[in-house]
Design a protein around this ligand. Structure first.
Ligand SMILES: Cc1ncc(COP(=O)(O)O)c(C=O)c1O
Length: 368
């Protein structure tokens, strides 16, 4: 199909900054063609520790940081480090499916607890969550700001969760890849703000989202220092190390890329304003306010087959939205729209949706 507007992707349309491109080019020209230490280049690890300390007021050193070839690899290594066959893992959904899947591959059994949409916002049912977090639970997976909902776990909620997990000896695996993509500031509340050095907390991060580097495959894990060797071994037997010249691009962005993040934050705020206004004109949908990441996850009254709806919409309008079912059974009845686009692209997509959305809804839901 030609001329599709693919708003189903989990990435923005904006290219990576020249800062990263030049740093990678220079590294390649200077001969950075060889294996690197398993946990990443010491300079990048130290720079990331410094960056995290600046954001969260922590006192991390490079022993706390493992550079990974993406946030996804950070999740997979963390699952291998923590999980034995049959371990119970609690997950807050709807959520990007790879989170639970990487823990399942490592042998974990996933127990989801589901966010509730009420009065135009997402809510965590704290009672239900705490009831699932028992002394038999190995880990809690929590992605905030969340893909697909845009839900952000508040500092108050994080404190309750951290206190509870401390008492029960449960690992918190915080998928923080959207931490800087927050609608109400330049950093979402994070467990790193609250945790002590000896808390069972692992934070997963990525250059993909805040620095528009999805194709570079670079991320990092922040973990207690006693896991440094474990992550080195797991990386050795996996990819040996992330590529050196890519790490140089990451280092350049950490040292010089803050203005790029501010620009993205500004773009996302404008894009959400436009999306909010235009989505509200659609019949029978419930718009639920996202506080972070770059998605709108909206429900359509009576929708029971989000995949069929997304297919029909693509057919009729050439606009691609992700079906809610892709984010687990709790996502059925929803569609996800990635609004990380220029206003021109968003307007073009909404002009098309204006013509086709209600017709598809009538055919698939009303006249069924
Ligand atoms: C919640 C979440 N975690 C992790 C990732 C992984 O990002 P990457 O592997 O590109 O670093 C994504 C990507 O979409 C995501 O949405």
């Amino acid at each position: 199909m030609q001329d599709i507007l693919p708003l189903w992707f989990g990435e923005g349309q904006w290219p990576t900054s020249q800062i990263a491109i030049e740093a990678a080019q220079n590294a390649l020209l200077a001969g950075d063609h060889f294996y690197q230490p398993n946990n990443g280049k010491p300079r990048l690890r130290s720079a990331l520790a410094h960056y995290m300390n600046g954001l969260y007021g922590t006192s991390k050193t490079r022993q706390n940081i493992t550079v990974t070839a993406s946030g996804m690899q950070g999740l997979a290594l963390t699952a291998l480090a923590l999980i034995d066959s049959g371990d119970r893992v609690v997950c807050i959904d709807p959520v990007w499916p790879n989170l639970g899947e990487s823990f399942k591959i490592a042998g974990g059994e996933i127990y989801p607890t589901t966010l509730v949409a009420r009065d135009g916002r997402w809510h965590l049912d704290m009672e239900q969550l705490l009831a699932k977090l028992t002394d038999k639970t190995k880990a809690l997976l929590i992605n905030s700001p969340n893909n697909p909902t845009g839900w952000v776990c508040s500092a108050e909620e994080q404190k309750i969760i951290l206190d509870h997990c401390r008492k029960q000896g449960i690992w918190i695996v915080a998928d923080d890849v959207y931490a800087r993509l927050y609608q109400h500031g330049s950093l979402a509340p994070g467990f790193q703000h609250l945790a002590n050095a000896d808390d069972l907390l692992i934070s997963i991060n990525s250059f993909s989202k805040a620095w528009s580097m999805t194709g570079w495959r670079l991320g990092w894990i922040t973990a207690p220092a006693n896991l440094e060797k474990t992550f080195a071994h797991l990386t050795e037997f996996n990819i040996a190390c992330p590529a050196g010249f890519i790490q140089e691009a990451g280092l350049a962005m950490i040292e010089q890329g803050e203005a790029e993040i501010s620009l993205l934050q500004h773009r996302l705020r404008r894009a959400l304003t436009l999306t909010r206004t235009r989505l509200k004109h659609f019949e029978d949908i419930s718009f639920i306010e996202p506080d972070g990441a770059f998605y709108c996850f909206f429900s359509i009254r009576g929708l029971t087959d989000s995949l069929a709806f997304a297919h029909a919409l693509l057919d009729q309008t050439k606009v691609g939205l992700a079906p809610g079912l892709a984010f687990g059974p709790a996502g059925e009845g929803y569609l996800r729209l990635c609004y990380a686009q220029d206003e021109q692209v968003l307007n073009k997509a909404f002009d098309r949706l204006d013509k086709g959305f209600n017709a598809v809804r009538r055919t698939l839901i009303e006249n069924k």
